[in-house]
Design a protein around this ligand. Structure first.
Ligand code: NAI
Length: 329
């Protein structure tokens, strides 16, 4: 089995090489993302392995199909970047890693909350420069605050359990209630009520046509003044220009994002020596109450172990013509 692995960094290669000893597949690692211009790189392969920002659209899939690709193995949970209908038409199977470490992402959401609230990133720099003033470092207790969670699947559930430990009140909106959370007194309510009542709103639903721009001008207007919004899910859940407006008029008190609508041209790469042309991102970076991380919520040792081994197992099931239990249909 020959697999073209796109959007790879050295750590991806290290993990694949470590676990491939048991499988003996032949990998071609590419740093570049998969898109219609790079799809031909997979010409000698049977499968492609892709990540969150590869563009697996109709055009890409047509080229992959022409070159004999039979399998698209996503090494992530979200699959909003894959045109599933196009893959189906070309009889290309799509598999993913539905769960690798919900703790990794949920704990990162907490890291964003605590950093924004207690301003440890600012305190770190201040103290290093001999500035021991507490001016503008005041935070608030998480205890007794209302946390609204949109999407209570694996990551949302883990996040709710963590926040319970802080003595928070948990309210949630999902198209399907999670019984484990109902048993833990997480209160399900309409999306409108969650938006209205949350001191902190954390997004853990997938990106699809129903959830795109779920945080927009109107929904922001309905939120509490000074709300904290956390997004570790997918960038386009938030309409960035509306969030900027909300920050400017101080409706949004804090914004913590690990994902960004236009992240594919920036995230995972070092742009420190070039001129960043994304004015919206630069505007976001100018706010003192905005914290941005570069899609790193998943990035723990435990998650990388799981991502790699589950991807290899997905490929093995395909090779052995077994049931594809992680197939995306
Ligand atoms: P999951 O499939 O276990 O849970 C998603 C939940 O969202 C489900 O309960 C589902 O019913 C709910 N949902 C679906 N449509 C909805 C809607 N219209 N409104 C409200 N809720 C809706 O997925 P999991 O593993 O919890 O992951 C959630 C998302 O986190 C993924 O889709 C992915 O986009 C993102 N993610 C981000 C990572 C990062 O590194 N920043 C890493 C892994 C996942």
């Amino acid at each position: 089995m020959r697999i073209a692995v796109f959007s790879t960094k050295t750590y991806d290669q290290e993990y694949f090489e470590k676990y491939n000893k048991e499988y003996n597949y032949s990998f071609s690692f590419y740093e570049t993302a998969l898109n219609p211009n790079t799809a031909k790189l997979a010409a000698d392969c049977d499968a492609v392995c892709v990540f969150v920002n590869d563009i697996v659209d109709d055009n890409t899939i047509k080229i992959l199909s022409k070159n004999g690709i039979q399998l698209i193995a996503l090494r992530c949970a979200g699959y909003n970047n894959v045109d599933l209908d196009a893959a189906k038409k070309k009889n290309i199977k799509v598999v993913r890693v539905p769960a690798y470490s919900p703790e990794a992402v949920a704990e990162h959401a907490l890291a964003l909350i605590l950093t924004l609230n207690r301003k440890t990133h600012k305190a770190y720099n201040r103290v290093r420069e001999g500035n021991f003033s507490l001016k503008n470092l005041m935070g608030f207790n998480l205890n007794n605050k209302t946390i609204g969670v949109i999407g209570t699947g694996k990551i949302g559930e883990t996040f709710c359990k963590i926040m319970k430990g802080f003595g928070c009140k948990l309210i949630a909106y999902d198209i399907a209630e999670n019984e484990n959370l109902v048993a833990l007194d997480v209160e399900y309510m309409s999306l409108e009520k969650v938006l209205e009542q949350s001191d902190i709103l954390s997004l853990h639903c997938p990106l699809n046509k129903h959830t795109k721009h779920i945080v927009n001008k109107a929904s922001i207007a309905s939120m509490k003044d000074g709300v904290m919004i956390i997004n570790t899910s997918r960038g386009a859940l938030i309409k960035t220009e509306d969030a900027i407006e909300g920050l400017k008029n101080k409706k949004i008190g804090y914004l913590g994002i690990d994902v960004y609508e236009q992240e594919e041209n920036l995230f995972f790469e070092d742009h420190s020596e070039v001129i960043i042309e994304d004015d919206m991102l630069l505007r976001l970076l100018s706010f003192p109450n905005v914290l941005i991380t570069s899609h790193q919520a998943y990035f723990t040792k435990e998650a990388m172990d799981q991502i790699t081994t589950i991807t290899l197992e997905n490929i093995k099931s395909f090779v052995n013509k077994l049931e594809l239990k992680n197939e995306v249909i």
